[in-house]
Design a protein around this ligand. Structure first.
Ligand code: 5GP
Length: 179
């Protein structure tokens, strides 16, 4: 097995690039069907979702726009439960069809807070696309319309996801090595 080391931790391969690309294309094609005749605005959540957002848009065959926000509730490998909004949205989203693009939903608190803030700006529709979801960790009700993979409660890196700033550049997704 091709283990990788990021900072002080060892990770093992979990989801390979080919599987990721298939899942991402399927989400993009579904979105293209659901938004036919519309002009959606994708809001990518930085930093983790930059790679997913970039690949996703390549499969969305309808006119669309993209922008980014930065929200954070993670410190190292654990969720703090407290969401800090760091970069706020510049675009006017009133009356727009908005899709929030996230790398991974863990407790769901980040997405819950983002959805609440965005709803106040009166978009005509608002959905979530998340590449990964950890259903066992969810601490709130969240309707995630578009998801790539449901995964167990394990910390993962790669494909945009980091461990203290490193690991985002791997094409595959890795999980903490089993002891
Ligand atoms: P939540 O608010 O749902 O607990 O956390 C969402 C954010 O936590 C994600 O955007 C991501 O930045 C981070 N996160 C949650 N789980 C993981 C994980 O397994 N690996 C990494 N690298 N980040 C995670």
């Amino acid at each position: 097995m091709n283990y990788i080391t990021v900072h002080d931790k060892t990770f093992q391969p979990f989801i390979y690039e080919a599987e990721i690309q298939i899942a991402v294309s399927k989400i993009g094609e579904r979105i293209a069907q659901d938004y036919a005749g519309k002009h959606p605005l994708f809001i990518g959540v930085l930093n983790g979702a930059f790679m997913f957002c970039s690949d996703l848009l390549k499969s969305v065959d309808v006119p669309c726009e993209v922008t980014f926000v930065r929200l954070s509730s993670y410190d190292g490998i654990t969720s703090t439960g407290e969401v800090r909004s760091i970069v706020s949205l510049q675009e006017d989203i009133e009356g727009r069809d908005v899709i929030l693009v996230e790398d991974i939903v863990d407790t769901g608190l980040t997405m819950q807070k983002a959805m609440a803030s965005l709803s106040e700006l009166k978009p005509s529709s608002l959905e979530i696309a998340s590449l990964l979801v950890k259903p066992d960790c969810l601490q709130c009700e969240l309707d995630i319309k578009y998801k790539g993979f449901e995964i167990p409660e394990k910390f993962v890196v790669g494909y945009g996801l980091d461990y203290d700033g490193l690991g985002r550049n791997f094409k595959d997704i890795y999980q903490l090595k089993q002891e």
